[in-house]
Design a protein around this ligand. Sequence first.
Ligand code: BTN
Length: 142
Amino acid sequence: MVQAAPFLLLLFLALGAHSLSAKKCSLTGHWVNDLGSNMTILNVNASGNFTGIYNTSVSATSNDIKPSPLLGSQHLPDQPTFGFTVNWSFSDSITVFTGQCFMDDEGKETLRTMWLLRSRVENIKNDWKATRVGYNDFKRLE
Ligand code: BTN
């Protein structure tokens, strides 16, 4: 028991230091994706709900691009899964994103997402061409 004491003390200190330095993957903040689009996620509340602003760098339309509101929700553990909807202010389209916040060994965060972009079409006969699908990775803007 006496011999185990120093070992247990070291283990305790090491675990304590690790938990102090381990940063949680957090959605709050400014992000840029692989297309050059930016978004800001505002405060995530205790239930995991959040709002934000999305500035896309590209559009399927020829309309002037404007900042658009986003509304989302996340689970609350480490490396959480999340989803959010962007209601485009300059077109009749909606995009839903779903993904997970990943933390690498250097403490850098990635939001890995998939999305569906629904465009408005004039009638149901054109529905077949109304939905695009893709991926985006977001990195934190320091
Ligand atoms: C539209 O074209 O009607 C609205 C803009 C859509 C932008 C899409 S959403 C998925 C992809 N990721 C982005 O950052 N922008 C495009």
